[in-house]
Write a protein that binds this ligand. Sequence first.
Ligand code: HEC
Length: 125
Amino acid sequence: MFSFVILLLTVLVLMSFSTNTHKQTRVYTKPTQVSIKAYYVKQCTFCHRTNGKVAPQMQKIKKVYKQKFPASEDFIEALSGFVIKPSPQKRIFPDKSYETMPENMFHNDQKIKAVALYIYNNSNL
Ligand code: HEC
């Protein structure tokens, strides 16, 4: 019986250790502003380049979204909502000469929301 209690305690101690390290790694890998910028540059500027040939410039999109959704929460909700599931009905950018943004490119809602906040806060896009 005694050795069973020792065994149980050892298991419990080990479990608490493993959950602890798990928590630490989660905090450690939380996206930072720097990695979100890198993500934005890699995932979005590919099409949203400054020449505006493939897709409108992000600076112009941002202006339209800020006019319609001045509060940051509404801006993030609208912009990330479009990016996660683009559809012609959701388009608010006035220039309709572009193809609708392709669907199913981005699935990480948290990352896209962080990108939306990044766009909201940064004037040099
Ligand atoms: C494969 C090319 C491509 C990539 C990559 C891309 N976009 Fe787009 N995006 C487009 C095109 C084309 C449009 C213009 C047509 C439209 O509005 O759907 C657009 C439009 C938009 C709009 C405006 C939609 C509206 O209301 O009219 C937003 C916001 C947007 N993109 C955000 C993003 C973000 C953020 C990323 C990166 C996470 C991204 N896009 C990556 C092609 C792309």
